[in-house]
Design a protein around this ligand. Structure first.
Ligand SMILES: [Fe+2]
Length: 394
C-alpha cells in the first residue's frame, strides 16, 4: 500500500520518454527522429565491455541509417577525472546533434557529461557538485546494458577523483529518453547480474526509508522490491531467461526513479567499503543494506513492514524479517557477508566510521547518524552479525 501520510514536498525527475521491450535498441534512430533530431552526427559513449560483446553494433548500425556516427568507447568502471576530460574534448571536436550512452552505469554517467559539456565551456571540475549548465545539454538517449544502476533515470554523474567518489548533479543531466532493451542484458555474467540487481534493490529500500520519500518514489520502490524479490535469483541462475531479464531491466529503471528520494546510510557505508576493498558498487551496497535496515528499524518500522510484506509470505512480517531476508539473498547469490570476508581489518573500523560520518553525510537518513551508532554498525558488519545489529538498535 502506498502511504499518503507524509506532507513532504517532492520534486521528481524522470526521462521524458521510455522505450521498453525486446529489440528496442533497433528502433533508436526512429526515437531520435521523434525528438526532431533528424540528421547530423551522433556521438555514442560506450564502455569497453559493450565493444567486446559486440553490443555496440546493435545501436550503431540502426543509427547509421540516418546519421554520421562517432564512438567514444574508452569508458571503464569508476571513470576518472582524466577520462571525463578526454571525453569532453572529444565531444567538443565536432558538432553533434545528439549523444547516446550505451553500457553500464559508468558509460551512461559519462554520456551525461558528454551531452552537457559538448554544449558548454569550462573544465569538468567547474561542474563538480550541484550545478547548472548555462546551455542546454544535447539530446541524450541512455541505453543500459546492465540492470541495476538506474543511471538512465537519474540526474547524477559519478566519477572518481584521486580515488574518491565525486558527483556532478543537475536536473539537466537526466537523459531525454531511456531505451530499455532486455536483449542487451542477455550476456551479462551471473556475478554482474547479481551485483547490479542488488544495487537496484538498495536504491529501492534506501529510498523507501528516506525522509524524502513521497508517493511517487514509494510507488517505484515497491515495484522495484517486488520485481527484484521475484526475478533476481532467476536472472542470475539462468541468464538466458528472457522474462527474468525483462523484469530486471525494468527494476533497474524503477530503482533509478527511487533515487528522487535520495539514498540513505547504506550508500555512504558502501563508499567507505569500496574505498578500501575494490568491489562492484552493488556488492558494497548490498553488504551494507541489512545493517542499514536494522539501524533505521525503530524510526521506520511501519514502512519496513510494508516492504517486507512485498517480498515475504505471511501476514505479520516485519522489518526484522526484511533485514534477514536481504542477508539471506546476498548469501544465496554468493556475495561476501561480512567486512572480515573481504579483508577489512578490525583496526580499520574507526577510520571507516569517521569517514562515513564526515565525508558522506546523509541528511535523508531517518535516524540520526552518530559516531557511537556507526561504531556499532561497523562492528556488527565486521562480524556479519545482522541479528546482533537488529538487537543493538532495537
Ligand atoms: Fe547505487
Amino acid at each position: 500500500m502506498i502511504s499518503f501520510e507524509s506532507n513532504t514536498v517532492g520534486a521528481c525527475l524522470s526521462p521524458r520518454q521510455v522505450m521498453i521491450g525486446d529489440g528496442a535498441a533497433a528502433q533508436i534512430h526512429e526515437m531520435l527522429g521523434n525528438w526532431q533530431v533528424s540528421d547530423g552526427r551522433v556521438l555514442i559513449v560506450a564502455d569497453k565491455e559493450v565493444v567486446r560483446l559486440g553490443l555496440i553494433d546493435k545501436v550503431r548500425e540502426p543509427l547509421k541509417a540516418n546519421y554520421d556516427v562517432a564512438c567514444f568507447d574508452e569508458i571503464v568502471g569508476e571513470p576518472t577525472l582524466a577520462t571525463a576530460e578526454t571525453l569532453a574534448n572529444f565531444a567538443r571536436q565536432q558538432p553533434y546533434s545528439a549523444v547516446v550512452g550505451l553500457g553500464g552505469g559508468s558509460a551512461i554517467d559519462m554520456s551525461k557529461l558528454a551531452a552537457a559539456l559538448a554544449a558548454n565551456t569550462g573544465d569538468v571540475m567547474d561542474y563538480i557538485g550541484i550545478t547548472r549548465f548555462k546551455e542546454t545539454p544535447l539530446p541524450l538517449l541512455a541505453v543500459p546494458t546492465t540492470a541495476g544502476t538506474g543511471a538512465e533515470a537519474t540526474a547524477v554523474s559519478m566519477l572518481s577523483i584521486e580515488g574518491k567518489k565525486a558527483i556532478v548533479l543537475s536536473p539537466q543531466l537526466v537523459p531525454l529518453a531511456a531505451v530499455l532493451d532486455p536483449l542487451l542484458t542477455l550476456s551479462l555474467p551471473p556475478k554482474v547480474t547479481a551485483a547490479t540487481g542488488l544495487d537496484a534493490l538498495s536504491h529501492a529500500l534506501e529510498a523507501f526509508m528516506s525522509i524524502k520519500a513521497n508517493p511517487y518514489t514509494d510507488t517505484q520502490a515497491i515495484a522495484t522490491i517486488t520485481v527484484v524479490a521475484r526475478w533476481l535469483k532467476t536472472a542470475v541462475e539462468d541468464g538466458a531467461n528472457l522474462e527474468a531479464r525483462r523484469a530486471m531491466i525494468y527494476a533497474a529503471y524503477t530503482g533509478g526513479l527511487c533515487l528522487n528520494a535520495g539514498v540513505v546510510l547504506g550508500h555512504s557505508v558502501a563508499y567507505t567499503i569500496s574505498n578500501r576493498a575494490h568491489m562492484p558498487h552493488g556488492v558494497s551496497c548490498a553488504m551494507a543494506l541489512p545493517y542499514t535496515i536494522a539501524f533505521n528499524l525503530p524510526a521506520v518500522s511501519g514502512r519496513l513492514s510494508i516492504a517486507a510484506a512485498h517480498v515475504l509470505e505471511g501476514s505479520n512480517v516485519t522489518g526484522e524479517d526484511l533485514a534477514l531476508w536481504v542477508a539471506d539473498l546476498i548469501a544465496t547469490l554468493g556475495m561476501p557477508r561480512s567486512l572480515q570476508d573481504i579483508g577489512v581489518k578490525e583496526t580499520d573500523l574507526d577510520a571507516m566510521a569517521e569517514e562515513c560520518l564526515n565525508k558522506y553525510p546523509r541528511p535523508t537518513n531517518p535516524t540520526p547518524i552518530t559516531r557511537d551508532r556507526l561504531q556499532v554498525f561497523y562492528e556488527k558488519m565486521y562480524k556479519g552479525d545482522v541479528q546482533g545489529c537488529i538487537e543493538a538498535f532495537r
